[in-house]
Design a protein around this ligand. Structure first.
Ligand SMILES: [Mg+2]
Length: 168
C-alpha cells in the first residue's frame, strides 16, 4: 500500500483548507517540478500564488522538499518565500525528516504533496504520512522521470478501482 495514491487531486490548487481540516493536516511538504510549477520552470502561476496565500491564511505551514538541485529550486523557493530541501533523494526519508523539524509538527499533522508515484507517494508511504498526489502540470525533461512515468498508470488505476475519486 505504499504506491497506491491516498488521494488524487487534479492540481495543487484543488487542495482546500476544508479538506486539510477534515483530515487533521496542518503542514504540507511541497514538491516543485510538475507540482508547484512546470518541470524545471521558474514560472509562478497566479493560481498557484493564490493557493499559497489561501493556505497561509488558513494557518497551514508549508515547506519545499525537492530531488532537484539547489540551483534549480532556490530561485523558485525565494519567489514563493518558502524554505527548501534540495537533493532530497525521495523516496528516502531524510528530506521529510528535515522538513518535519522545520515545520515543527508531529508526523500525523503532515502530508506530502507531489506528482510522482515513485518519489513523492513512496516517500510519504515510507515516512508514514499521507500523500496528496497531484497530476503532473506538464511533460518531464529528465529521462529517469520519463521512465518511471510509464509505471504510474497501474497505481493510479488501482486508486480508482478501490473507489478513489478525483478531487478537482
Ligand atoms: Mg515532481
Amino acid at each position: 500500500m505504499l504506491l497506491t495514491p491516498d488521494y488524487i487531486f487534479k492540481s495543487i490548487e484543488c487542495i482546500s483548507p476544508d479538506f486539510l481540516r477534515e483530515k487533521g493536516i496542518t503542514a504540507l511538504v511541497l514538491d516543485v517540478d510538475n507540482t508547484l510549477t512546470g518541470d524545471f520552470s521558474q514560472t509562478l502561476e497566479p493560481s498557484v500564488q493564490k493557493w499559497l496565500d489561501t493556505m497561509r491564511g488558513a494557518g497551514i505551514s508549508l515547506t519545499i522538499v525537492s530531488n532537484n538541485t539547489a540551483e534549480r529550486v532556490r530561485p523558485f523557493a525565494e519567489k514563493v518565500g518558502l524554505d527548501f530541501v534540495p537533493l532530497a533523494a525521495k523516496p528516502l526519508p531524510p528530506g521529510l525528516m528535515v522538513a518535519r523539524r522545520r515545520l515543527g509538527v508531529p508526523r500525523r499533522r503532515m502530508a506530502m504533496v507531489g506528482d510522482q508515484i515513485f518519489t513523492d507517494r513512496l516517500a510519504a508511504g515510507l515516512y508514514g504520512i499521507p500523500c496528496l498526489y497531484t497530476m503532473p502540470r506538464g511533460g518531464d525533461h529528465q529521462k529517469g522521470v520519463q521512465f518511471k512515468r510509464k509505471f504510474e498508470p497501474f497505481w493510479i488505476a488501482r486508486y480508482y478501482q478501490k473507489g478513489g475519486r478525483l478531487y478537482e
